[in-house]
Ligand binder design. Structure first.
Ligand code: HEM
Length: 233
């Protein structure tokens, strides 16, 4: 190979590396923004255990604060769009770099969460669309009220197929989070033989806590722990 050809292929490799790193950084940062939202959203929703007045007042506060609400919605939409667009591009780069699939995939070294990243993403997106129609717009809700979020949760989760689909969806979200958190640290440069296993362990604990927190809400309605005071179950 002539020196000019070698320099050309080195430049191409460098450009490829830089483009991939920028896309991965965008996936990591937008993932962190959405992680911030799911954390706040969980803490807000857990107020259902404190009774209807508390969670309804919290929802009324958010809805009365248009700048906060629309600021958060627009930030989330941009983060979601960039996260998906960059993931699709990285997936295309990965496929173009290896057009012929492995003869036999050896999955023994990757976790379930890592292997399901590309599948869990679209399912979570489908869930979020259903969820907005269900609890924000009320389009697919049996008994929707603009002001009574507590009753929306109770009537919504008394339909057990809906409650079960929420539990499955948040399970997938937590698998996605588990791998996402450790990949984010890796992308942002924290890769250390001693710290990486700790980060992975912390990611597993955090995602298990998220699962317990989110799943506890439909479960509490299904078991009658959370119910309307006028309801005799
Ligand atoms: C069991 C799990 C969940 C419950 C009980 C729940 C509950 C709710 C409720 C009650 C609302 C309407 C709030 C209001 O009207 O004031 C809402 C809105 C929303 N939820 Fe969830 N949620 C859950 C999981 C999730 C997850 C996992 C995500 C994201 C991945 C998510 C994303 C959203 C979004 C984007 C909104 C719309 C916020 C807005 O702009 O008004 N939720 N959720």
């Amino acid at each position: 190979m002539s020196p000019a050809t070698a320099a050309g292929s080195q430049n191409r490799a460098l450009r490829f590396f830089e483009a991939t790193i920028v896309k991965k950084a965008i996936v990591a940062v937008t993932g962190a923004v959405m992680f911030g939202f799911v954390t706040g959203h969980l803490l807000g929703n857990l107020q259902v255990f404190l009774g209807p007045e508390r969670i309804n007042a919290y929802s009324a506060f958010l809805k009365s604060n248009a700048e906060l609400l629309w600021g958060a919605r627009i930030t989330l939409l941009i983060a979601l769009f960039a996260h998906i667009a960059m993931t699709i591009q990285l997936w295309q780069i990965k496929n173009a770099a290896r057009p012929v699939g492995y003869v036999k995939k050896n999955n023994s070294h990757s976790s379930l969460a890592a292997r399901t990243m590309y599948y869990s993403g679209p399912v979570i997106l489908a869930f979020v669309i259903f969820h907005l129609l269900h609890l924000t717009l009320g389009t697919v809700h049996p008994h929707y009220s603009e002001t009574d979020v507590y009753a929306n949760l109770v009537y919504g989760f008394l339909q057990w197929p809906v409650a079960v689909s929420y539990i499955v969806a948040v399970g997938l979200l937590c698998l996605h989070l588990r791998h996402g958190i450790s990949s984010m640290f890796q992308t942002l440069g924290f890769n250390h033989p001693r710290h990486t296993p700790r980060i992975q362990a912390a990611a597993s604990v955090i995602s298990a806590l998220f699962f317990a927190g989110y799943a506890s809400i439909p479960l509490a309605v299904m078991t009658g722990v959370v119910r309307l005071s006028s309801m005799s179950l």
